[in-house]
Design a binder for this molecule. Structure first.
Ligand code: NAD
Ligand code: UFG
Length: 335
């Protein structure tokens, strides 16, 4: 059975569907700090069966042990974590505690129970401000904020765990910019407060919840001056996790693998794609650059293709259509 930590969240819930579709049995472990039971109910509707669910915190070894006592867990897909870059600068200790200490507790309990396979949610943020694009996995690593340092530390911790006991199997998937929603329009990204990320903000503007989009700078060294990113459909990401689990036994070394589309799109290109998908106009303002943002970030995807046999299927138009279906059917998210 596969333990999915953070399985009630945005990427986790989509991955649960793909894992079940691929024939994996799963149990979700989540403390619902950034998700809702409603999301899990909707996943159950999509897959047509009940999902084993344990409510608990990854920092709590007792909570985790109870999962291993109840279920026969042989691998873990580890999504659980706090993920807001700006917030991580305000409450760094909570980020280190939740994300880093939480991962240490998880690995300890795994080791104690003889479960040594983990697929971890890393991020393109570990590349800092890269000197060139597309970004390859062997580029230098750095971080500019506590969230990024969490990911870097966790990557290092997982490498140390593997060094101490090479029977561990570790895959670290470095996501670029997750976007999109399930085709049903019943699950998707549901930010609690004002969205930090571009697509949820655009979607809330289109549905009338936000007045206008602030574009953070149009003076970058990019074709139209706005930031360029590699948006990757969440269902493609989910499929990447299935491929990672399918292949994890083949790898002797710790694997760090980019999951991106390989294409970069500017903020203006995303606005236009969303306007086409939704038929709505997105009013915008150009404002100052957001501190910590970089000009351009997109993945070299050759390694993922070679190692996992994985590449993105869905393009930016499909991401916008699916986000719009989710947002327009659920203007208040899961509430
Ligand atoms: P999310 O917030 O929707 O999901 C995370 C889930 O983990 C939530 O359901 C939350 O309740 C749960 N959780 C948090 N702390 C927990 C704890 N201590 N114990 C148990 N459960 C806990 O976020 P997401 O977008 O689905 O991201 C999933 C993972 O992918 C995170 O590790 C994130 O850092 C990483 N990631 C996300 C992005 C992105 O832009 N969405 C990009 C790169 C990497
Ligand atoms: N942007 C705006 N206005 C907004 C939001 C975003 O103009 O309201 C712009 C940003 O300046 C950037 C682009 O849209 O150029 C994408 O911004 P996002 O916030 O959606 O994504 P980021 O690339 O900044 O961050 C994402 C994840 C982080 C992760 C980072 C690097 O959200 O968790 O990628 O992997 F750290």
């Amino acid at each position: 059975m596969v333990l999915v930590t953070g399985g009630a969240g945005y990427i986790g819930s989509h991955t649960c569907i793909s894992l079940i579709d691929a024939g994996y049995e799963i149990v979700v472990f989540d403390n619902f700090s950034n998700s809702s039971h409603e999301g899990i109910k909707r996943v159950e509707k999509i897959v047509g069966k009940k999902i084993a669910l344990v409510e608990g915190d990854i920092r709590n070894r007792k909570d985790l042990q109870s999962v291993f006592d109840t279920y026969n867990i042989d691998s873990v897909v580890h999504f659980a974590g706090l993920k807001a870059v700006g917030e991580s600068m305000q409450i760094p200790l909570q980020y280190y505690d939740n994300n880093v200490c939480g991962t240490v507790a998880l690995c300890e309990v795994m080791q104690k129970n003889g479960c040594k396979k983990i697929v971890f949610s890393s991020s393109a943020t570990v590349y800092g401000d890269p000197e060139t694009v597309p970004i390859k996995e062997d580029f230098p690593l750095s971080a500019t904020n506590p969230y990024g340092r969490n990911k870097l530390f966790i990557e290092k911790i997982l490498r140390d765990v593997h060094r101490s006991d090479p029977t561990w199997k570790v895959i670290m998937l470095r996501y670029f910019n997750p976007a999109g929603a399930h085709i049903s329009g019943t699950i998707g990204e549901d930010p609690d407060n004002i969205p930090n990320n571009l697509l949820p903000f655009i979607a809330q503007t289109a549905v009338g919840k936000r007045e206008m989009l602030n574009i953070f700078g149009n003076d970058y060294d990019t074709p139209d001056g706005t930031g360029v990113r590699d948006y990757i459909h969440v269902v493609d990401l989910a499929d990447g996790h299935v491929k990672a689990l399918d292949k994890i036994d083949n790898f002797k070394e710790v694997m760090a693998i980019n999951l991106g589309s390989g294409d970069g799109y500017s903020v203006f290109e995303i606005i236009h794609a969303f306007e086409k998908a939704s038929g709505k106009q997105i009013p915008y303002n150009i404002v100052a650059r957001r501190s910590g943002d970089i000009a351009t970030c997109y993945a070299d995807t050759a390694y993922a293709e070679d190692i996992l046999g994985w590449s993105a299927k869905y393009n930016i138009d499909k991401m916008c259509e699916d986000v719009w279906r989710w947002q327009s059917k659920n203007p208040d998210g899961y509430n």
